[in-house]
Ligand binder design. Structure first.
Ligand code: SAM
Length: 279
């Protein structure tokens, strides 16, 4: 039986896309993740600036990939295809595969991205913890701000290890709980319809990532704390308020809570890169 998708924020944003005058079309039609500001500030953030900052975050992540002639790139949990779009515009002769559990997002991505630069782009519906790819078939695998939704992170790491070639690169962005965050164990919202962001688990720490990597045949080769660079995201999310979250008041509380713990450095935003040690 197909897994039930619980992503109220996508239901809301997709509905808003169909209302032609919603600023959410400008903010989220490519990416739906935190933004990256080289020089973070406290000024107002418009939908366009937020969209640009989200693209800047993709650019930073793509920069972490070592240049290579290899050609198969996968973006797991690709959302509306912002990372695919960036790769398509900035590289050539690649096979780019976007996977997502929600076919509506893939349809949106496909309708908005034209393969360019002799790239081939494929869209696959599926669950990240059971990747429908052959073993040792992927050179670079991205997962941008999504891993906290997956049902089993260790199973996901095992799958990524299986599908990556021996020299493969695995690059993610994720929310990371501070090691000393005693209340961190509450950073889970599971099966609550009231949660705007659906099911998520933000309890992972860097030491947990190191453990899971060692267990699944990876080493963490790059750790970059970019929390400060992402903070203007909250200026946009708070101001977009009702447009962003509809009548879901709990969602505004969730965003305020995430802002508070991010400002206090209890919840951080990291770029991480993993290299395979064993298959
Ligand atoms: C915050 S969005 C990020 C989307 C995209 N990576 C981006 O950065 O714009 C999280 C994404 O994870 C996807 N997702 C959640 N659970 C998934 C799963 N088990 N397998 C594949 N995708 C999943 C959602 O559909 C959504 O597209």
């Amino acid at each position: 039986m197909a897994k039930k998708i619980n992503l109220p924020y996508f239901d809301h944003v997709l509905k808003k896309f169909s209302e032609k005058d919603s600023e959410l079309s400008e903010a989220f039609s490519k990416n739906i993740h935190w933004g990256y500001w080289e020089n973070p500030h406290k000024n107002k953030v418009t939908a366009k600036e937020y969209a640009d900052a989200q693209e800047a975050l993709v650019e930073q992540l793509v920069k972490l990939a070592e240049p290579s002639n290899e050609s198969v790139i996968a973006d797991i949990a690709c959302g509306f295809g912002g990372t695919i779009d960036f790769l398509n515009k900035n590289s050539a002769n690649k096979t780019i595969v976007g996977l997502n559990i929600d076919i509506r997002q893939l349809v949106h991505a496909k309708n908005h991205i034209n393969p360019d630069n002799r790239n081939n782009i494929f869209y696959v519906t599926g669950d990240a913890v059971k990747l429908p790819f052959a073993s040792a078939s992927v050179d670079i695998l991205f997962t941008v701000e999504a891993i906290f939704h997956f049902s089993d992170r260790e199973a996901y790491f095992k799958e990524v290890n299986r599908v990556l070639k021996p020299e493969g690169q695995f690059i993610i962005s994720d929310f990371i709980s501070a090691e000393n965050f005693k209340l961190g164990k509450y950073l889970i919202w599971k099966n609550q319809r009231a949660s705007y962001f659906g099911d998520f688990d933000l309890r992972y720490t860097i030491s947990k990532y190191k453990k899971i990597s060692a267990k699944t045949g990876f080493e963490v080769s790059h750790i970059m704390d970019v929390t400060k660079n992402t903070l203007p995201t909250f200026t946009y999310l708070n101001a977009a308020g009702k447009e962003m979250t509809g009548n879901n008041l709990f969602s505004r509380f969730q965003i305020k809570f995430l802002e508070y713990i991010s400002m206090k450095n209890l919840l951080k935003y990291y770029f991480l890169k993993f290299k395979k040690t064993t298959s």
